[in-house]
Design a protein around this ligand. Structure first.
Ligand SMILES: Nc1ncnc2c1ncn2[C@@H]1O[C@H](COP(=O)(O)OP(=O)(O)O)[C@@H](O)[C@H]1O
Ligand SMILES: [Mg+2]
Length: 272
């Protein structure tokens, strides 16, 4: 089971698009996936066709103790893709949680064992390093950083790494950065290629081989409430996110291999 937060304190870099589409693609490979929308803007929920029409279901109700996770959990139109949605109400949590005991682990506390029922839990974070993002970082043990392959891509990244180091030291020693996703890539421009090279210099083998190209279908799909594999399965966007998802699953297999024979025997058993 893997728990991954998609973080970057910059907005517009591809966090939500990647969370929604990696999540949907994972289900094509028979993974059971839970998506958690931790952004008060609720873009992920809207992207998956939830809360676009005034539903009041929100993770905010879970962390304020008003509803159980099961009551808030929704099934999306994609089989095996469940979602804990967000609404703008969540914005007040950043302030309300400040004086709460265990404020960085409150979301984890209230989610309880719900997350244990999935193969993958993916968390879409807001574009800030506030309390909601810190909460995400105490739930997961992996971080994916989507980066827009444009001039300011690496600006702010050192701050992000600093936050990661502090959280790892003080709150969650199992936390690792396990993937950098180059998003909104335009291979026709020299700048795009140069920035991609810079990203690879900085993050070395953490950068996925797949780059997510700029693709108009990817920008259209949220307004139709569908992930790209449902909205435009023949688009470059669908191809890129499928390729990325295969790489993500391959990480899982290479991890199992390093855990030795015991793990592979278990795997064989699990597929019987
Ligand atoms: N590869 C892409 N090609 C075209 N548009 C994209 C692509 N990735 C994201 N977008 C669009 O760019 C905007 C920002 O992406 P989003 O995933 O919402 O970023 P973030 O969650 O980091 O703020 C959205 O309008 C989204 O539809
Ligand atoms: Mg977003």
């Amino acid at each position: 089971m893997r728990k991954i937060a998609f973080i970057n304190q910059k907005g517009g870099v591809g966090k939500t698009t990647s969370t929604a589409n990696v999540g949907a693609c994972l289900t094509m490979f028979r993974k059971k996936v839970l998506l958690i929308d931790l952004d008060p803007q609720a873009n992920l929920s809207i992207h998956l066709g939830i809360n676009a029409h005034n539903s009041d279901l929100s993770i905010y109700q879970i962390i304020s103790g008003k509803r159980s996770p099961d009551e808030v959990l929704v099934k999306t139109a994609i089989k095996d893709l469940d979602l804990i949605p967000s609404t703008i109400e969540l914005a007040s949590a950043e302030i309300e949680l400040v004086n709460t005991v265990g404020r960085e682990t409150i979301v984890k506390f209230y989610l309880g064992d719900l997350i244990d029922k999935y193969d993958y839990v993916l968390i879409d974070c807001p574009p800030s390093m506030g309390l909601l993002t810190l909460n995400a970082l105490t739930i997961v043990n992996e971080i994916f950083i989507p980066l827009q392959t444009e001039y300011f891509a690496l600006q702010g990244v050192s701050k992000l790494i600093q936050t990661f180091d502090i959280v790892k030291k003080r709150l969650n020693d199992s936390l690792e950065i396990t993937g950098i996703i180059p998003c909104l890539y335009d291979s026709r421009t020299k700048l795009g290629q140069e920035i991609l090279e810079k990203i690879k210099e900085y993050f070395a083998d953490k950068v996925f081989n797949t780059t997510i190209r700029k693709n108009v279908k990817l920008s259209e799909s949220p307004s139709h409430g569908m992930p790209i594999i449902a909205y435009a399965p023949d688009s470059n966007g669908a191809r890129d996110y499928t390729a990325l998802t295969k790489e993500i699953i391959a990480q899982e297999e290479s991890e199992l291999n390093t855990e030795g024979e015991e793990a592979s025997r278990f795997k064989e058993h699990a597929f019987k």
